[in-house]
Design a protein around this ligand. Sequence first.
Ligand SMILES: [Zn+2]
Length: 129
Amino acid sequence: MTRSETLRTIAARMREAGDAATPGPWRVVKHERRQHPGVLANVDLHKPGGTVRSISWKVPGEIADAEWSALAHPGLAKPLPDLLETVADLIDARPELERPHVDGEPCDDLACRIVHLALATAAILGGNS
Ligand SMILES: [Zn+2]
């Protein structure tokens, strides 16, 4: 698979996952009575359709995980795939960007660095990193 194909594949996968998830924005809230914080999917619970996705935890570090989940809510499934596909278009426009460098690191060319970072992002999203 070429670099641009990889970016487009991951972009499509991310859109599909984002469409299937509870829409954002999400934020972490405290459930005062239960003493369990949780991730709130719709900011205003009193609005029709407001949905709560509860994540409970036992150790403090897991609160940070919940905060991260809230930060990286499915709203990212629109601009991030668009960004990855734009980088794929950049690669198509500049075919020399399809080839990785011998050392695997980007050179000083800004486009080369953007492609490198987009591929690193795609590797994480694709479960390869
Ligand atoms: Zn380069």
